[in-house]
Design a protein around this ligand. Structure first.
Ligand SMILES: Cc1cc2nc3c(=O)[nH]c(=O)nc-3n(C[C@H](O)[C@H](O)[C@H](O)COP(=O)(O)OP(=O)(O)OC[C@H]3O[C@@H](n4cnc5c(N)ncnc54)[C@H](O)[C@@H]3O)c2cc1C
Ligand code: FES
Length: 294
């Protein structure tokens, strides 16, 4: 398995039927950086103007960003980033990232007025099932950014949103302002406050939705939350969708370096996170009715 951030998810992920996927053709664009700020302690938020990408992007899709030269270093491969917000009025979209290595370190050096080569929108995003009147979003850490586009679509469609925002520390929570702006109800949990425990959170959600399940659950950012989502999806018999991460060289389906952790025959390659995902169905492995926490 070449995917990262997906350890322990074997059997919990399935490819959605292809006919459900809406995948606009990607475009290459020179996006202008029109906003840059540090948010929630350690994250960088960039606002990029690219009307062509913003117009086409659907919730849960991502872009590949070619990195600016950092000192004497030019990094060859672009880096994938979720499209966090889309603003159709001025043709801008937002990405939020934290510095984990050379690429994101270079990205953190960009300033307002700079230009970035961006490819997108890419991948298959989240889909609000037809007729759903409410959805439950769950994001941990930077994973909040992958699900927030659903809250944008839901606000336009009159669909009610509850968003579980999870982080290690309360001060590092992302998405609170976005939820407020989009009319979504936020449930914030953190390790620091002892409220992010999976079994407790699951019990809270079961109580919350007793008698009326949400129309869908969408998750990103944590294997344990993904397994919980698969369990709740099975229990409530509703669509459960997960956005996965993987190391990506191209983001376009050419390099085959991003296969997902999905059971296939030994001779078959798993689906590609960049092309068949990043959003997949979160399912219980066959025969599993309960899943141990881990
Ligand atoms: C579809 C998609 C959407 C993403 N959206 C965001 C986003 O909105 N914000 C954000 O901050 N990051 C996001 N990422 C992850 C981001 O692309 C990586 O953190 C980034 O490429 C790391 O580049 P780097 O050169 O800084 O780090 P590297 O030097 O490449 O790696 C530093 C460390 O991070 C690990 N790592 C690198 N890439 C990944 C990955 N994809 N998954 C798990 N571990 C990884 C490496 O194993 C290493 O330990 C997304 C990834 C994907 C696939
Ligand atoms: S990143 Fe190249 S095929 Fe997915």
């Amino acid at each position: 398995m070449s995917s990262t951030g997906t350890a322990g998810l074997e059997g919990f992920v399935a490819v959605r039927p292809r006919e459900l996927g809406v995948r606009p053709e990607p475009t290459w664009d020179t996006a202008i950086v029109v906003g840059r700020e540090v948010v929630a302690e350690r994250y960088y938020r960039l606002v990029l103007r690219s009307p062509s990408i913003t117009r086409r992007a659907t919730a849960g899709q991502f872009v590949m960003i070619t990195l600016p030269q950092n000192g004497s270093e030019q990094i060859l491969l672009p880096r994938p980033m979720a499209i966090h917000r889309r603003h159709q009025t001025d043709g801008t979209f937002e990405v939020i990232f934290n510095i984990v290595g050379r690429g994101t370190e270079a990205l953190a050096t960009v300033q307002v007025g700079d230009q970035l080569l961006v490819t997108g929108p890419l991948g298959r995003g989240f889909e609000i099932p037809p007729g759903a009147s409410d959805v439950l979003l769950i994001g941990r850490g930077i994973g909040v950014c992958a699900v927030m586009g659903v809250a944008e679509d839901a606000a336009l469609a009159g669909v009610t949103v509850t968003a579980v925002l999870s982080a290690s520390r309360r001060s590092a929570l992302l998405g609170i302002e976005d939820c407020r702006e989009l009319g979504a109800r936020a449930i914030t949990v953190s390790d620091e406050e002892g409220t992010s425990d999976i079994s407790e959170l699951k019990a809270v959600l079961q109580a919350e939705y007793r008698g009326k399940a949400p129309g869908a659950i969408m998750v990103c950012g944590s294997g344990r939350l993904t397994r919980m989502t698969a369990e709740l999806g099975a229990e409530w018999a509703v669509s459960a969708q997960v956005s996965l991460e993987a190391h990506m060289a191209c983001g376009l389906g050419y390099c085959h370096g991003c296969a997902a952790p999905i059971d296939t025959r030994p001779t078959e390659e798993g689906p590609l996170v960049c092309l068949d995902g990043p959003v997949f169905d979160a399912v219980l492995p066959r025969g599993d009715l309960t899943v141990s926490e881990q």
